[in-house]
Design a protein around this ligand. Sequence first.
Ligand SMILES: [Zn+2]
Length: 486
Amino acid sequence: MFTLDKDASGVTIVVQAAIYLRISQDRTGLRAGVQRQEADCLALAARLGVEDAPVFVDNDISAFDGRDRPGYQALINAVRRGVTHIVVWHVDRLYRRPRELEDLLDLVEQYPVRIEAVRGGGFDLNTTEGRLMARQLVAIAAYESGHKSDRVKRANRRLAQQGRWHGPARYGYGPGGVLIPEQAAVIRQMADRFLAGESLRSIAMWLNHSKIPPLGTKNGTSGLWYPYTVRSVLASARISGQRAYSPDTHTDPAGGREILGPGEWDPIITPGETARIREILADPGRRRTQPARPSLLGGIARCGKCGAGLTIAGHSRTTGRTLRLRYTCQRDPSRPQRGGLSIDATHLEDYVTGRVLHRLAHPRASSDTASPSALLAQVTMINERIHQLDQDRRARLIATSEYRAGLGAAEEALAETSRQLVATGGAIALHAAPIGDPVALQSWWQALDTTDRRAVITTLISTLRISPGKPGRSFDPSRIRITYRR
Ligand SMILES: [Zn+2]
């Protein structure tokens, strides 16, 4: 039942392992899968140096029906008696409700124990990172029980009772006028793009390319954006928090409805922006600006001397045959401290792009579960879970019903996490990003336009500072200081 091992500080410790198996609905042909799970667990215990680990089993008990789990209780007692390693086939065998995990974490406070899983690897519940991983996994498992947030439902009912919002859900808002953050982020970018000079057509193409569905996709419509749907969203008074005269029609007139006054719901853009959008829609010739061609890092990269945002400029070198683009701190006569700093644009962009793609390929765990890093890590974990489910299905380790339930839950969790990610950072493009897959990320990035790339960068990076360079030096990456969002 035990073997000797050394811990990180070289102190000899006793490894005692116990195996826990939970067998869900044992349908036809699944018995073999269970035996295989047990064999896998015994093999893993053997690799830990424990040949005769005790096996605790709960049979035909759903983790969600709230009934006692005698095998689990016996396992907990074994931990109290000194078991240091719990071996499971997958952590979802061990606990599936957040409450059960918290009980386990309480236990770990008194009895250091490590979870070793055949699928998904091991983690140490005594470390912050291990606890975070466990909480993220149990959050995914909680979806499988069908628990859903009723935040939106409750808010809808309250607002409807107060009679604040008339009519059905519209893009950006649920019924009752409840702001939907991820849709609001989409509207914010639609307005920014339109005001920067993009056409309705190019905005529709961008939305379709980003795989952002319009409302009503499930009701037999195409699920695609068209210039006129973009137009009706942008022209609406509601997105700037204003009430408009609404006759008995469900479609907005092309130029927008007559504005009556302020509404009681949250605005996404300002009334001034709505006025400007309507002006341009009425007469596209009145655009004051040419379509903006933003640089990748203009305004994002900042001067390490004075803090000003760098702008891109052509710079012919004294020796120069070629015109090289550089990000520079522009001189400002009224502010003598400004100016003088610059860095090669191509090199800086390549470097920052590399760091951002690396970050997306290998998301870090974060103590703030709502942070972009934590959400990215969660997406990676869910994708791994889907991959495992596929493998287990093919190896006939799980029943079809179990596979379908798991896959449905994982996909729902993935969609929810993506929505949170978009709502957090406003980077619509992350909605369809192949997070965790370095190769696919390269082609995904290639297909993004500069506006999307900038949004992805500012979702991940909080500051990008460039320190002064030494004259005559070639590109020096040590001048670049990136601070990531946690
Ligand atoms: Zn400066």
